[in-house]
Design a protein around this ligand. Structure first.
Ligand code: HAM
Length: 416
């Protein structure tokens, strides 16, 4: 037997309604905020992620599913959604269209990580990207989109926000970080030694215990924000206050991807510990230009669907079960079974959920099966019924039966 690859999961038929529920909510929230869906390929040229996500991030250096295609081109399964959307925005000339471009997506994403609860190698994201608007209000609206979804899903979460400034304040902060880390360099992991040289901000994102201890005392970016970035961050907070959104400023949030500027945020579940970050995002005003487009401000986030579902389950959120068949048509023998098949077709054509037997079961066994399916009614068709053009319709909740003419079935069952 061949098993499922490590870090991936099947969504089985009995569970898929939960996914549909969360995805349906996400689409509903997208509609509320006038976001339109964008679909981009599952794989892109590797260079897109190296340049977009950043070649000193863990995602790019350690976690990408990269392969050569038969034309010897280096391809990568997308580890996140933003880079592909940015590529598409540029390639399709969206900057000359209506701005802001407000988009969302529901995608699989791939990262070669050590699997554990809530951390997979193939996972799924609901993501939002808004292009063309630089105002703090847009950051706040982006956060509100995520918050609206989390609220609709019944989740208890904490919103943490930070600003990591623009390239100007970052340069000063990087210098401060280097000064701080210099005396500790020997004790840091090898990755951090490279980070120190190439991208000091990434030092704050290290998962190694030793490095984390040193990081705890590092200067925070908030002390190094330029006037404009400070004013922008104040305005984001003012907008969140206006919208009645509670948040905590956490100067330690730097995010694991390189493209962020100014506002960054994460929603963290308060009901579970490990992998509690259900959603993360922020502003990324230089990415489009970096990838060859016209300078375009941008802001977005992504929520992990597996994590949302995990937190919902752990906090006891009830997801409505899918609708059960309205009627099960049980035919006794050959001609009656044919009639059941024919009537089921008529009922379905009228939008009524009808089910029949496909396993040559006896009527008794069909009743059992109908019960398992949760059918509201069972319509029995025996020889007599067939002759008279009726079914014996049993209401499974009350146990009462009555005869209904074939021609009246649709009317009788509609709306039941
Ligand atoms: P991210 O923080 O890397 O951001 O991922 C967003 C969310 O995806 C996480 O908060 C988590 O819920 C989920 N996630 C990430 N990795 C895994 C994994 N291995 N297994 C399960 N769930 C996972 C981004 O991806 C950015 N593209 C978000 C963004 C959009 N920023 C701006 N626009």
């Amino acid at each position: 037997m061949i098993n499922i690859p490590k870090g991936t999961k099947d969504v089985l038929p009995q569970d898929s309604y939960k996914w549909q529920y969360v995805e349906g909510m996400a689409r509903e929230v997208a509609k509320l905020f006038s976001l339109k869906e964008i679909r981009t390929p599952v794989f892109e040229y590797t260079e897109l992620f190296q340049r977009g996500v950043g070649d000193t991030t863990d995602v790019v250096t350690k976690e990408m599913y990269t392969f050569k295609d038969k034309g010897d081109r280096s391809m990568t399964l997308k580890p996140e959604g933003t880079a592909g959307v940015a590529r598409s925005f540029i390639e399709n000339g969206m900057s000359s269209g209506v701005l802001p471009a407000k988009m969302y997506y529901i995608i699989p994403a791939f990262r070669y990580e050590r699997p554990q609860a809530g951390r997979l190698r193939e996972f799924h994201q609901f993501g939002v990207e808004i292009y063309g608007a630089a105002s703090a209000q847009t950051d706040a609206e982006t956060i509100l989109i995520a918050e609206t979804l989390l609220k609709k899903l019944g989740l208890q979460v904490k919103l943490c926000i930070n600003s990591i400034g623009c390239p100007t304040c970052r340069a000063n902060y990087n210098k401060a970080l280097k000064d701080f880390f210099a005396p500790h360099l020997e004790g840091l992991c090898n990755d951090c030694k490279t980070r120190y040289e190439k991208n000091p901000l990434r030092l704050l994102d290290c998962k190694e215990e030793n490095c984390k201890k040193v990081n705890a005392n590092a200067p925070t970016i908030l002390e190094y924000l330029c006037e404009d970035c400070k004013a922008h961050f104040d305005e984001v907070r003012a907008c969140l206050d206006l919208a009645g959104v509670e948040y905590e400023v956490d100067p330690r949030i730097v995010r694991g991807l390189d493209y962020y500027t100014r506002t960054v945020f994460e929603f963290i579940s308060t009901s579970i510990g490990a992998q509690g970050t259900v959603c993360g995002g922020g502003r990324y005003d230089v990415l489009i230009e970096q990838l060859g487009g016209k300078p375009t401000p941008a802001v977005g986030f992504a929520a992990g669907l597996e994590r949302l579902l995990m937190v919902m389950e752990q906090s006891g959120v009830q997801i409505p079960e899918p609708e059960k068949p309205t009627v099960y048509l049980a035919g006794m023998d050959g001609a009656c079974r044919k009639k059941a098949f024919e009537l089921a077709t008529v009922l379905r054509n009228h939008g009524i959920i009808a089910e029949i037997d496909h396993m040559e079961r006896s009527v008794k066994a069909q009743f059992k099966y109908a019960d398992k399916l949760g059918a509201k009614f069972v319509a029995v068709i025996g020889g007599n019924e067939l002759e008279q053009g009726i079914v014996m319709l049993k209401n499974m909740a009350t146990g009462e039966s009555e005869s209904v003419a074939f021609g009246d079935l649709v009317n009788y069952l509609e709306g039941k």
